[in-house]
Design a protein around this ligand. Sequence first.
Ligand SMILES: [Zn+2]
Length: 234
Amino acid sequence: MRKLIIIIFTYQFVNCQINITNLIGIDTSHLVIHDEFHKLTKNTSLAFLDMQKAAKNDGIDLQIVSSFRTFDKQKNLWNKKFKRFSDEGNNTRESLNMILRYSAVPGTSRHHWGTEIDITDRNVIEKHLLNSNKFHNGGPFEPLHNWMMKNAHKYGFYLVYTDDKDRNGFLYEPWHYSYKPDAIEIIKSYDIRTGFAYFKTTNVSGSEIIDINFWNNYMQKYFFGINPILIPEL
Ligand SMILES: [Zn+2]
């Protein structure tokens, strides 16, 4: 069944450069090998290298912690969190809400696209990298944050989950950047109903309460709850 649906979706997007399987972490044919650990779109990879060089000149050792992620990797991450929150006594809805503080429903993560990077400064020796407090008020990643705020846009990179109080969705992530020129094309090609139809063929934990209403609300709040500069103009 899953295979058949992929074939149909691929057929529907056959005239586009990127099809649904590229958007949900199934097909990586639109990506290049950036280094031993990371795949990115070609333009994201090249732009990152330029930005990394410039950062190095300013004393920041810019490195990627996480980039492209497959559907199955996102599913494992999701299911692990679901089990942990369920074991702590939360019901399905509560567990989903807790996962959704930071993690996307498999198939909707921007990390499926090859345009997204979580970053660090390798000069800083820290164990827990992805903690927003460490990017402010004298924290170890404040110089990295300040450099990115001043320079990232020159290379096409923008924060996705900003600390704007009016933004909905995932919590503030000062480490997560998106390469706008490619990401904006990808978000334009994402068909919400097709994404839902595929999701229903997978058995992600808690998916029994994720119906089309849940999906539509989720997409509105989380998928589009991003820095407005990354939302395509109509
Ligand atoms: Zn991220």
